[in-house]
Design a protein around this ligand. Structure first.
Ligand code: F6P
Length: 327
C-alpha cells in the first residue's frame, strides 16, 4: 500500500450507463482508504491537457442513478501518439498522481497498457461498455441497462408492427459483437436475430420469414446487430426481403445512441460499485496492468493485455433457443 497516495480516475471511449456509479465507487473507496482521488475530464484528452480536479466523497453525491459520465469522455487520437502520452505523463507528475483507474472498453485499455509500460504508472481497468465484448469479464458495466433499453424499445415497435401487419428490422449496437442483439432479441421475442458471429445468409433469412408467414404470423421483428455481415447494412437486408416478399410492408428502425443513455439498472449500479472498490483495493496491493472482471459472481483480475486482444464469445446455445422459440 505504502507508495500510493493519489489515484487518478477517468472514463474513456463510448459512455455506458453505470460509469458514474463506478466513478463514485472509486472516489469513495479512495477516501475510505485515506487516498486522494483526482478526476481526469474527457478521458485521455483531459490527461494530455491537464483537465484534472480533486474529488472528495461529496463530489460524487447523487450520481449513482445518472446515465452518461460526469467526468465526460472522448475517443482521443492524440493519446495514440508518443508526444501525447509524454504530455499526459508530465500532467500526472505535476499533480503527484501515482496511478490510474481507467473505466472504458478495449480501445481505452490499449492506451492504458502502452502508457503504463512506457512510464511505469500502475493502471487498473474497469470494463465499461454497452457492447459486453471484453475478454476477462462475463459482464461489462452498461450492458444490462442497454439490454433493457433495447427490449423496452422493441416492445413498443411490436405494438405498431402488429397494428399494421408489418415486418420490422431493428438495428442494435454492439460494434463487432452480437451480445446485445442475441440477448435482447430473445428477450423481445424476435423472429430472427442476425449477429456478426453467425452469418445466416439472406436466402435462409428469407426462407425462415416465408415459413413463419405460412404458419400464420402477420407481423415480425428481425433484430440486426450493427456488425452483422448478412448484408451491407440493415437497409440493404430490409430491401432484399421487401423485394422478395412484396406482400409484407417492411420498415427499418435503427435504435442508435439512445441505447447508451438512461439511468443504469440496479445490476449495473451494483456491478460498478463492486468493481470500483475492488480496483482501488488492488491498486493499493500493488497490482498493475490488470482489468477487473466478474466471473461466477466473483470479482477477478486479468491482464490488460488479454482484455485488449480478445472478445468474449456469444453463447451459441442462445442461437438454438431463439430458433426453437421463433417457430
Ligand atoms: O462501443 C460502444 C458503441 O456504442 C458501439 O456499440 C458503437 O458501435 C459505437 O460505440 C458508436 O460509437 P460513437 O458513439 O463514437 O458513434
Amino acid at each position: 500500500m505504502g507508495d500510493i497516495k493519489k489515484i487518478g480516475v477517468l472514463t474513456s471511449g463510448g459512455d455506458a450507463p453505470g460509469m458514474n456509479a463506478a466513478v463514485r465507487s472509486v472516489v469513495r473507496s479512495s477516501v475510505y482508504n485515506e487516498i486522494e482521488c483526482f478526476g481526469i475530464y474527457k478521458g485521455y484528452h483531459g490527461l494530455i491537457n491537464g483537465i484534472i480536479k480533486k474529488l472528495d466523497a461529496r463530489s460524487v453525491n447523487n450520481i449513482i442513478n445518472k446515465g452518461g459520465t460526469i467526468l465526460k469522455t472522448a475517443r482521443c487520437k492524440d493519446f495514440r501518439e508518443k508526444s501525447g502520452r509524454e504530455k499526459a505523463y508530465n500532467n500526472i507528475k505535476s499533480h503527484g498522481i501515482d496511478c490510474l483507474v481507467v473505466i472504458g472498453g478495449d480501445g481505452s485499455f490499449t492506451g492504458a497498457m502502452i502508457f503504463s509500460n512506457e512510464y511505469d504508472i500502475p493502471v487498473i481497468g474497469i470494463p465499461g461498455t454497452i457492447d459486453n465484448d471484453i475478454l476477462g469479464t462475463k459482464y461489462t458495466i452498461g450492458y444490462d441497462t442497454a439490454l433493457n433499453t433495447v427490449v423496452e424499445s422493441i416492445d413498443k415497435i411490436r405494438d405498431t408492427a402488429i397494428s399494421h401487419n408489418r415486418l420490422f428490422f431493428v438495428e442494435v449496437m454492439g460494434r463487432d459483437a452480437g451480445h446485445i442483439a442475441l440477448n435482447a432479441g430473445i428477450g423481445a421475442g424476435a423472429e430472427e436475430i442476425l449477429i456478426p458471429e453467425e452469418n445466416m445468409g439472406l436466402d435462409r433469412l428469407l426462407e425462415s420469414l416465408k415459413n413463419s408467414q405460412k404458419s400464420g404470423k402477420s407481423s415480425s421483428i428481425v433484430v440486426v446487430a450493427e456488425g452483422d455481415k448478412t448484408g451491407k447494412n440493415v437497409f440493404e437486408i430490409a430491401s432484399y426481403v421487401e423485394n422478395n416478399m412484396p406482400e409484407y410492408e417492411v420498415r427499418v428502425s435503427v435504435l442508435g445512441h439512445m441505447q447508451r443513455g438512461g439511468a443504469p439498472s440496479c445490476f449495473d449500479r451494483v456491478l460498478a460499485s463492486r468493481m470500483g472498490v475492488y480496483a482501488v483495493e488492488n491498486l493499493l496491493k500493488g497490482k498493475n496492468n490488470v482489468m477487473v472482471g466478474i466471473e461466477n459472481d466473483k470479482l477477478i483480475l486479468s491482464p490488460l493485455e488479454q482484455a485488449v486482444k480478445g472478445q468474449t464469445e456469444v453463447n451459441k446455445n442462445l442461437i438454438r433457443v431463439s430458433e426453437i422459440l421463433s417457430i
